[in-house]
Design a protein around this ligand. Structure first.
Ligand code: ATP
Length: 635
């Protein structure tokens, strides 16, 4: 088939030096079986939506070919990341993008289907090991391959990127939890993307933060990957002379304009021709970046702008621009005829996504000491504390005993709420950037993440409460029948799940952790004040009394109190000696009177249970909608 360039495919192969057989795909050595594709961009213009006149990228044209490592360079703010994002159609919130990106000379190839984007920030689930992370990624990315093939691919990718020695190391989080090195983290990001074996790789500042040795070694790996036929485009800050000279093509941007696109060894002669001569003892990249830098704080901004415009104009009029157009014409159609349709990615189904994300979340919860060991120790201590505080003081038929019993019940409701809610608020928001990244990498749906995360929290936020109530219930001497104990456990689970659902909802709808915490504090005060212990619900002023119906403190406390005092009544009915001693509650509190004092009614029991179940579902539904909207707004 004749490509749009006028060259046939074998002529173009020969020009690019790429081996022919790209269709005979096999699962071993899969990294060498690449579908080479050209990438070209035409008249890319990016402006801010507000103010509309503000231009970030000004009509950029260019191309990157298979086998090439193309470096995008320029001073900070020149527009390198914006160009990468525009090519990938990612992270463009607040921007208008015009122009066209063409892959393999075809308009029907979606760039996301044939490329991988390694963004600047390293976002991982920090508690996983390198191998576990790759297993989850591979499980989602490589649906349809057998387990054997998936494992082979992971082994090959780890070998290729030098990750084998740290395969069982925890990834960690810089400054929080020691893990793999910065270089290994960058390589791990590349490894994940390579599992898909994309034809085009984009990297945003892969060498930033690495020492010169690690930066060099990463660039060597990228060059090796390019030699298999990949097209690699990377933004690079301050490359060493060695890295700079080894690049296949460099693109310099200044103030959103194209200042140079061509081989690295011709960049200095081009600047010489504009009478911008690099001193001998200067790193060429540093010199050019300095020339193109615009320091807006500085008085010489207009001089710098003029200089950048002069370079950009010089470049447009130079032979390099003609060569770029020539190159575009020659190679633009390359790869299109090589069976792109047979190489469509097959992602995991919703259930596979859910299963893998659940597995990942469970590992994360287990390895997170604040959610596992510390949480259970805290609950055991609180159970002992509540139990010992009310030890032997819950004498049901005495005035002080009634107060103590109800105090113990309310304390249990509060403890089940506060620690659960703040636990979730502390951990769930940290997932957000990772979810946005992975969702837009096309790995999974927001719903699969959401359900996996909330289900992974359930065992923790059920068992810890069960531990606490089991200890405090018997120590505090609440009504000692097995049936009432089991009902208390059931109510505790509902209270804790309501608090967990509320925490999830707050985490997902709040724009930040700080906002979530500052909403949670006052809200909890209101809900606990209207929970029944501190004020009789029937006597609250009408303009505020409605708040009690939003309080799961009230529903939980009422259900606990009904269970307790109904149990006490049964105890009394079955114990002849108690009846002889107390008569008909004439000289002490009857269970019915106790409930009445709090405006609680026995017949409300099922309503209380039902209300908490509605809250759980309601909070989760709002939480999911909130997360869905927030994730999609962060595209
Ligand atoms: N979504 C956006 N909304 C508004 N302005 C943006 C947006 N994205 C980028 N910009 C602006 O565009 C300009 C270029 O930013 P960009 O991140 O592309 O620069 P860069 O060359 O990659 O810089 P650095 O090397 O510091 O990462 C900056 O002034 C930045 O504030």
């Amino acid at each position: 088939m004749q490509g749009s360039s006028g060259f046939n495919s074998s002529e173009t192969d020969a020009l690019l030096g790429i081996k022919e057989n790209i269709k005979n795909y096999s699962s071993t050595n899969f990294l060498h079986e690449i579908l080479p594709l050209t990438l070209s961009w035409h008249n890319i213009r990016v402006t801010r939506k507000k103010p509309t006149t503000s231009v970030i990228l000004d009509n950029l044209n260019g191309c990157a070919l298979p086998n090439e490592v193309v470096a995008l360079m320029g001073a900070s703010g020149a527009g390198k990341t914006t160009l990468l994002n525009s090519l990938m159609n990612r992270n463009l919130k607040g921007l208008n993008v015009e122009g066209e990106v063409i892959v393999g000379g075809r308009h029907d190839i979606k760039i996301g289907d044939v490329s991988g984007y390694i963004q600047q920030d390293e976002l991982f689930m920090p508690t996983l090991t390198v191998y576990e992370h790759l297993m989850v990624q591979a499980g989602i990315r490589l649906a349809g391959l057998s387990n054997e093939d998936i494992k082979n691919r992971i082994v090959e990718v780890m070998d290729e990127l030098g990750l084998t020695k740290c395969r069982n190391s925890i990834i960690g989080l810089s400054g929080v939890k020691k893990g793999i090195s910065g270089g290994e983290a960058k390589r791990l990001m590349v490894a994940c993307v390579l599992l898909d074996n994309p034809s085009i790789l984009f990297l945003d500042e892969p060498t930033t933060g690495l020492d010169s040795h690690m930066a060099q070694s990463l660039m060597n790996s990228l060059q090796k990957l390019a030699k298999d036929g990949r097209t690699i485009v990377a933004t690079i800050h301050q490359p060493s002379s060695k890295i700079f000279n080894a690049l296949d093509k460099v693109i310099f941007l200044g103030d959103g304009k194209l200042a140079y696109l061509g081989p690295p060894n011709e960049v200095l002669p081009f600047f010489d021709s504009l009478e911008l001569v690099c001193p001998d003892d200067y790193n060429p990249a540093d010199y050019i970046i300095d020339i193109l830098a615009i320091d807006r704080q500085n008085d010489n901004e207009s001089v710098a702008l003029e200089r950048v415009h002069k370079v950009s104009k010089g470049f447009t009029e130079s032979n390099f621009t003609k060569a770029t157009y020539e190159e575009l014409k020659t190679f633009n159609g390359y790869g299109a005829e090589n069976g792109i349709d047979g190489n469509k990615r097959r992602r995991a189904s919703w259930f596979q996504q859910f299963r893998l994300l659940l597995k990942r979340s469970l590992i994360d919860n287990k390895r997170n000491p604040a959610l596992s060991r510390a949480k259970f120790i805290q609950k055991i201590i609180m159970g002992l504390f509540i139990g010992l505080l009310y030890l032997n003081s819950t004498k049901y038929f005495e005035d002080s005993g009634v107060k103590n019993t109800n105090g113990a019940l309310f304390f249990i409701v509060s403890e089940l709420t506060y620690s659960t809610l703040f636990g979730i608020l502390t951990f769930m928001p940290a997932d957000f950037p990772l979810v946005v990244r992975e969702h837009f990498d096309g790995l999974y749906c927001v719903s699969a993440y959401f359900f996996a995360r909330i289900i992974s929290y359930m065992p923790i936020f059920i068992l810890d409460g069960v531990f606490m109530v089991s200890i405090s219930y018997w120590l505090a001497g609440l009504v000692p029948t097995f049936q009432n104990f089991i009902i208390s456990i059931g109510i505790s689970i509902l209270i804790e799940q309501t608090a967990a659902a509320f925490g999830v909802m707050l985490s997902t709808i709040s724009p930040s952790y700080a906002v979530a915490i500052s909403i949670a504090g006052p809200l909890l005060s209101i809900l606990s004040l209207t929970g029944g212990l501190f004020a009789n619900g029937d006597e609250l002023p009408s303009f505020i009394s409605w708040t009690q119906y939003l309080s799961w403190f009230k529903y939980g406390f009422e259900a606990m109190a009904i269970n307790q005092w109904r149990g006490v009544e049964t105890l009394w009915k079955n114990d002849k000696s108690l009846q002889d001693c107390l008569g008909n509650f004439d000289h002490c509190e009857s269970p019915a009177k106790v409930l009445e004092q709090y405006a609680f009614k026995e017949e409300n029991f099922l309503g209380d249970i039902f209300a908490m179940i509605i809250f759980i579902f309601g909070f989760y539904i709002i939480g999911f909608i909130g997360l869905y909207i927030r994730v999609n707004r962060n595209r």
